[in-house]
Design a protein around this ligand. Structure first.
Ligand code: MGP
Length: 284
Protein backbone atom coordinates (compact mmCIF):
# COMPACT_ATOMS: atom_id res chain seq x y z
CA UNK A 1 0.00 0.00 0.00
CA UNK A 2 1.39 3.35 -0.91
CA UNK A 3 0.23 6.41 0.95
CA UNK A 4 -0.58 9.54 -0.99
CA UNK A 5 2.10 12.13 -0.45
CA UNK A 6 1.68 14.90 2.12
CA UNK A 7 -0.28 15.01 5.34
CA UNK A 8 -3.86 13.97 4.62
CA UNK A 9 -5.43 15.70 7.58
CA UNK A 10 -4.30 19.07 8.81
CA UNK A 11 -5.73 18.80 12.31
CA UNK A 12 -3.57 15.83 13.20
CA UNK A 13 -0.23 16.04 14.87
CA UNK A 14 1.61 12.78 14.91
CA UNK A 15 4.36 11.25 16.85
CA UNK A 16 4.94 7.59 16.38
CA UNK A 17 5.96 4.83 18.62
CA UNK A 18 7.12 1.34 17.99
CA UNK A 19 5.07 -1.41 19.48
CA UNK A 20 7.66 -4.12 19.84
CA UNK A 21 7.19 -5.56 23.32
CA UNK A 22 10.73 -4.72 24.55
CA UNK A 23 10.45 -1.16 23.34
CA UNK A 24 7.04 -0.74 24.87
CA UNK A 25 8.41 -1.31 28.32
CA UNK A 26 10.29 1.94 27.82
CA UNK A 27 7.33 3.88 26.52
CA UNK A 28 5.63 5.24 29.55
CA UNK A 29 5.81 8.91 28.72
CA UNK A 30 2.43 10.17 27.47
CA UNK A 31 4.14 12.82 25.40
CA UNK A 32 5.41 10.11 23.11
CA UNK A 33 1.87 9.08 22.21
CA UNK A 34 -0.14 10.44 19.36
CA UNK A 35 -2.59 12.98 20.59
CA UNK A 36 -5.48 13.95 18.39
CA UNK A 37 -7.70 16.81 19.34
CA UNK A 38 -11.15 17.26 17.82
CA UNK A 39 -14.21 19.38 18.39
CA UNK A 40 -15.20 21.94 20.99
CA UNK A 41 -18.58 20.98 22.43
CA UNK A 42 -19.03 19.87 26.01
CA UNK A 43 -21.38 17.32 27.51
CA UNK A 44 -20.69 17.90 31.17
CA UNK A 45 -23.26 17.91 34.02
CA UNK A 46 -25.15 14.89 32.72
CA UNK A 47 -26.48 12.70 35.50
CA UNK A 48 -27.69 9.58 33.67
CA UNK A 49 -26.15 7.49 30.90
CA UNK A 50 -29.01 8.47 28.56
CA UNK A 51 -28.43 12.15 29.23
CA UNK A 52 -24.71 11.78 28.88
CA UNK A 53 -24.93 10.29 25.41
CA UNK A 54 -27.87 12.40 24.24
CA UNK A 55 -25.92 15.53 25.16
CA UNK A 56 -23.27 14.36 22.70
CA UNK A 57 -25.68 13.68 19.82
CA UNK A 58 -24.19 16.27 17.47
CA UNK A 59 -20.71 14.97 18.19
CA UNK A 60 -21.87 11.55 17.07
CA UNK A 61 -23.82 12.82 14.08
CA UNK A 62 -23.57 16.29 12.60
CA UNK A 63 -26.81 15.47 10.72
CA UNK A 64 -28.58 14.12 13.81
CA UNK A 65 -31.62 16.36 13.26
CA UNK A 66 -32.28 14.85 9.84
CA UNK A 67 -33.62 11.72 11.53
CA UNK A 68 -30.71 9.52 12.64
CA UNK A 69 -31.72 6.13 14.08
CA UNK A 70 -29.94 4.58 17.05
CA UNK A 71 -30.63 1.80 19.50
CA UNK A 72 -29.37 1.65 23.08
CA UNK A 73 -26.08 -0.02 22.12
CA UNK A 74 -25.64 2.46 19.30
CA UNK A 75 -25.81 5.39 21.71
CA UNK A 76 -22.89 4.24 23.81
CA UNK A 77 -20.77 2.67 21.10
CA UNK A 78 -20.99 4.88 17.99
CA UNK A 79 -17.72 6.65 17.20
CA UNK A 80 -17.90 10.46 17.41
CA UNK A 81 -18.09 11.74 13.85
CA UNK A 82 -14.86 13.76 13.80
CA UNK A 83 -12.91 10.78 15.08
CA UNK A 84 -14.66 8.49 12.56
CA UNK A 85 -13.68 10.92 9.80
CA UNK A 86 -10.09 10.86 10.98
CA UNK A 87 -10.06 7.05 11.07
CA UNK A 88 -11.47 7.01 7.53
CA UNK A 89 -8.63 9.26 6.39
CA UNK A 90 -6.12 6.94 8.00
CA UNK A 91 -7.67 3.85 6.44
CA UNK A 92 -8.43 5.16 2.95
CA UNK A 93 -5.80 7.72 2.01
CA UNK A 94 -3.74 5.53 -0.34
CA UNK A 95 -2.86 5.65 -4.02
CA UNK A 96 -4.85 2.53 -4.76
CA UNK A 97 -8.59 2.43 -4.17
CA UNK A 98 -9.52 0.93 -0.83
CA UNK A 99 -12.25 -1.49 0.13
CA UNK A 100 -13.06 -1.41 3.83
CA UNK A 101 -14.70 -4.19 5.78
CA UNK A 102 -16.34 -2.77 8.90
CA UNK A 103 -16.59 -5.96 10.91
CA UNK A 104 -18.88 -4.75 13.70
CA UNK A 105 -20.65 -1.87 12.03
CA UNK A 106 -23.30 -1.14 14.67
CA UNK A 107 -25.46 1.84 13.65
CA UNK A 108 -23.03 2.80 10.89
CA UNK A 109 -21.02 5.79 12.17
CA UNK A 110 -17.71 4.45 10.87
CA UNK A 111 -19.02 2.79 7.71
CA UNK A 112 -20.58 6.10 6.64
CA UNK A 113 -17.32 8.02 7.07
CA UNK A 114 -15.41 5.35 5.11
CA UNK A 115 -17.98 5.60 2.33
CA UNK A 116 -17.71 9.39 2.27
CA UNK A 117 -13.96 9.16 1.64
CA UNK A 118 -13.23 9.83 -2.04
CA UNK A 119 -10.66 7.05 -2.24
CA UNK A 120 -12.94 4.43 -0.75
CA UNK A 121 -14.28 2.16 -3.46
CA UNK A 122 -16.63 0.15 -1.37
CA UNK A 123 -17.60 -0.61 2.23
CA UNK A 124 -18.79 -3.97 3.49
CA UNK A 125 -20.61 -3.38 6.77
CA UNK A 126 -21.20 -6.50 8.84
CA UNK A 127 -23.49 -6.51 11.87
CA UNK A 128 -25.21 -9.37 13.63
CA UNK A 129 -28.08 -7.40 15.12
CA UNK A 130 -31.00 -6.93 12.73
CA UNK A 131 -32.22 -3.72 14.26
CA UNK A 132 -28.82 -2.09 14.26
CA UNK A 133 -28.14 -2.93 10.65
CA UNK A 134 -31.46 -1.33 9.72
CA UNK A 135 -30.39 1.77 11.64
CA UNK A 136 -27.05 1.75 9.80
CA UNK A 137 -28.67 1.49 6.37
CA UNK A 138 -31.13 4.26 7.23
CA UNK A 139 -28.34 6.51 8.56
CA UNK A 140 -26.25 5.87 5.44
CA UNK A 141 -29.15 7.12 3.31
CA UNK A 142 -29.22 10.36 5.33
CA UNK A 143 -25.54 10.86 4.54
CA UNK A 144 -26.13 9.96 0.88
CA UNK A 145 -23.83 6.93 0.83
CA UNK A 146 -26.24 3.99 1.04
CA UNK A 147 -25.29 2.82 -2.45
CA UNK A 148 -21.59 2.62 -1.55
CA UNK A 149 -22.11 0.34 1.46
CA UNK A 150 -23.14 -3.30 1.40
CA UNK A 151 -24.86 -4.23 4.62
CA UNK A 152 -24.59 -7.85 5.66
CA UNK A 153 -26.48 -9.13 8.65
CA UNK A 154 -24.27 -11.97 9.82
CA UNK A 155 -21.79 -13.17 12.39
CA UNK A 156 -18.55 -11.66 11.19
CA UNK A 157 -16.54 -14.72 12.21
CA UNK A 158 -18.72 -17.05 10.15
CA UNK A 159 -18.03 -14.85 7.14
CA UNK A 160 -14.32 -14.63 7.93
CA UNK A 161 -13.98 -18.40 8.20
CA UNK A 162 -15.92 -18.99 4.97
CA UNK A 163 -13.35 -16.94 3.03
CA UNK A 164 -16.06 -14.98 1.21
CA UNK A 165 -14.95 -11.61 2.57
CA UNK A 166 -11.62 -11.98 0.89
CA UNK A 167 -13.20 -13.03 -2.38
CA UNK A 168 -15.62 -10.11 -2.65
CA UNK A 169 -12.79 -7.60 -2.85
CA UNK A 170 -11.59 -6.46 -6.25
CA UNK A 171 -8.08 -7.75 -6.79
CA UNK A 172 -6.63 -4.36 -7.60
CA UNK A 173 -7.94 -2.75 -4.41
CA UNK A 174 -6.31 -2.50 -1.03
CA UNK A 175 -8.29 -4.37 1.54
CA UNK A 176 -8.59 -2.86 5.00
CA UNK A 177 -10.45 -4.33 7.95
CA UNK A 178 -11.81 -1.98 10.58
CA UNK A 179 -12.40 -3.64 13.94
CA UNK A 180 -14.62 -1.96 16.48
CA UNK A 181 -16.01 -4.83 18.55
CA UNK A 182 -18.14 -4.58 21.70
CA UNK A 183 -15.99 -3.68 24.68
CA UNK A 184 -18.40 -5.15 27.23
CA UNK A 185 -20.78 -2.19 27.60
CA UNK A 186 -20.17 1.22 29.21
CA UNK A 187 -18.89 -0.58 32.32
CA UNK A 188 -15.59 -1.21 30.53
CA UNK A 189 -14.31 1.96 32.19
CA UNK A 190 -14.83 0.63 35.73
CA UNK A 191 -11.62 -1.38 35.40
CA UNK A 192 -8.48 0.60 35.87
CA UNK A 193 -6.93 -1.38 33.06
CA UNK A 194 -8.88 -2.96 30.22
CA UNK A 195 -7.89 -6.56 29.61
CA UNK A 196 -8.10 -7.40 25.90
CA UNK A 197 -8.07 -11.10 26.61
CA UNK A 198 -10.99 -11.32 29.01
CA UNK A 199 -13.13 -8.20 28.53
CA UNK A 200 -13.55 -7.92 24.76
CA UNK A 201 -16.61 -9.52 23.12
CA UNK A 202 -17.44 -11.93 21.62
CA UNK A 203 -13.98 -13.44 22.25
CA UNK A 204 -10.40 -12.73 23.31
CA UNK A 205 -9.46 -9.40 21.66
CA UNK A 206 -6.08 -10.81 20.61
CA UNK A 207 -7.78 -13.69 18.86
CA UNK A 208 -10.16 -11.34 17.00
CA UNK A 209 -7.21 -9.55 15.43
CA UNK A 210 -5.29 -12.71 14.63
CA UNK A 211 -8.27 -14.32 12.88
CA UNK A 212 -8.73 -11.24 10.72
CA UNK A 213 -5.07 -10.94 9.80
CA UNK A 214 -4.86 -14.65 9.04
CA UNK A 215 -8.04 -14.98 7.01
CA UNK A 216 -8.83 -11.58 5.46
CA UNK A 217 -6.16 -8.88 5.41
CA UNK A 218 -3.05 -7.83 7.29
CA UNK A 219 -4.14 -4.19 7.08
CA UNK A 220 -6.19 -3.58 10.17
CA UNK A 221 -7.35 -0.59 12.20
CA UNK A 222 -8.41 -1.73 15.68
CA UNK A 223 -10.48 0.58 17.88
CA UNK A 224 -9.78 -0.05 21.55
CA UNK A 225 -10.89 1.33 24.91
CA UNK A 226 -8.93 4.27 26.28
CA UNK A 227 -7.90 2.26 29.35
CA UNK A 228 -6.14 -0.46 27.31
CA UNK A 229 -2.52 -0.64 28.53
CA UNK A 230 -0.12 0.22 25.73
CA UNK A 231 1.86 -2.93 26.47
CA UNK A 232 -1.17 -5.04 25.53
CA UNK A 233 -1.54 -3.10 22.29
CA UNK A 234 2.10 -3.73 21.44
CA UNK A 235 1.75 -7.45 22.05
CA UNK A 236 -0.96 -7.58 19.37
CA UNK A 237 1.69 -7.07 16.70
CA UNK A 238 3.65 -10.03 15.41
CA UNK A 239 7.22 -10.40 16.67
CA UNK A 240 9.43 -7.77 15.07
CA UNK A 241 6.49 -6.09 13.38
CA UNK A 242 5.72 -2.44 14.10
CA UNK A 243 2.28 -1.20 14.94
CA UNK A 244 1.10 2.30 15.59
CA UNK A 245 -1.00 3.55 18.43
CA UNK A 246 -3.03 6.76 18.63
CA UNK A 247 -5.04 8.32 21.36
CA UNK A 248 -8.14 10.00 19.96
CA UNK A 249 -9.24 13.11 21.81
CA UNK A 250 -12.47 15.05 21.62
CA UNK A 251 -12.85 18.32 23.44
CA UNK A 252 -9.64 17.77 25.37
CA UNK A 253 -10.64 14.34 26.59
CA UNK A 254 -9.37 11.01 25.38
CA UNK A 255 -12.23 8.91 23.96
CA UNK A 256 -10.51 5.81 22.63
CA UNK A 257 -7.29 4.53 21.15
CA UNK A 258 -6.72 3.20 17.68
CA UNK A 259 -4.04 0.74 16.63
CA UNK A 260 -2.83 0.32 13.04
CA UNK A 261 -1.31 -2.83 11.61
CA UNK A 262 0.19 -3.83 8.27
CA UNK A 263 0.21 -1.17 5.57
CA UNK A 264 -1.85 1.19 7.73
CA UNK A 265 1.05 1.58 10.12
CA UNK A 266 3.01 4.67 9.15
CA UNK A 267 6.14 3.07 10.59
CA UNK A 268 6.01 0.22 8.11
CA UNK A 269 8.55 1.79 5.74
CA UNK A 270 10.94 2.52 8.59
CA UNK A 271 11.05 -1.16 9.44
CA UNK A 272 11.06 -2.67 5.98
CA UNK A 273 13.47 -0.13 4.48
CA UNK A 274 11.06 0.32 1.57
CA UNK A 275 10.56 3.94 0.63
CA UNK A 276 7.01 3.35 -0.51
CA UNK A 277 5.62 0.48 1.52
CA UNK A 278 3.60 -2.01 -0.44
CA UNK A 279 1.56 -4.72 1.21
CA UNK A 280 0.44 -7.45 -1.10
CA UNK A 281 -2.99 -8.21 0.20
CA UNK A 282 -3.01 -11.56 -1.53
CA UNK A 283 -0.15 -12.79 0.68
CA UNK A 284 -2.00 -13.65 3.81
P1 MGP B 1 -17.38 6.34 27.07
O1 MGP B 1 -16.19 6.08 27.90
O2 MGP B 1 -18.62 5.63 27.40
O3 MGP B 1 -17.75 7.85 26.93
O4 MGP B 1 -16.98 5.97 25.59
P2 MGP B 1 -17.06 9.17 27.45
O5 MGP B 1 -17.88 10.25 26.89
O6 MGP B 1 -15.60 9.19 27.13
O7 MGP B 1 -17.33 8.97 28.97
P3 MGP B 1 -16.66 9.44 30.29
O8 MGP B 1 -17.61 8.92 31.32
O9 MGP B 1 -15.29 8.80 30.36
O10 MGP B 1 -16.63 10.92 30.22
C1 MGP B 1 -16.20 6.79 24.74
C2 MGP B 1 -16.47 6.39 23.33
O11 MGP B 1 -15.97 5.07 23.16
C3 MGP B 1 -17.94 6.29 22.96
O12 MGP B 1 -18.48 7.52 22.57
C4 MGP B 1 -17.88 5.33 21.81
O13 MGP B 1 -17.50 5.99 20.64
C5 MGP B 1 -16.75 4.38 22.22
N1 MGP B 1 -17.28 3.14 22.81
C6 MGP B 1 -17.79 3.00 24.04
N2 MGP B 1 -18.14 1.70 24.21
C7 MGP B 1 -18.72 1.15 25.42
C8 MGP B 1 -17.83 1.01 23.08
C9 MGP B 1 -17.92 -0.35 22.69
O14 MGP B 1 -18.40 -1.23 23.40
N3 MGP B 1 -17.45 -0.66 21.46
C10 MGP B 1 -16.92 0.28 20.65
N4 MGP B 1 -16.46 -0.09 19.46
N5 MGP B 1 -16.84 1.58 20.99
C11 MGP B 1 -17.28 1.95 22.20
Amino acid sequence: MTRKSGPPHKRRKYTHEVANPEDLLELTNDKQLNELEFGSETAENSTTLDEKYFAQRYRFWSRYDEGIWMDETGWYSVTPELIAEHLANRCCDYEKKVTVIDAFSGVGGNAIQFALHENCERVIAVELNENRIKCAAHNASIYGVADKIEFIQADFFDLAKSGCLKRITKEQDCLVVFLSPPWGGPEYILSEEYDLKTMMQPMDGNEILHIVRRTISRNVCYLLPKNTPIKQVGLLAEPGEPCEYERNYLNGKVKMVSAYFGGLCLLHSHYTGEENPKIDVSQI
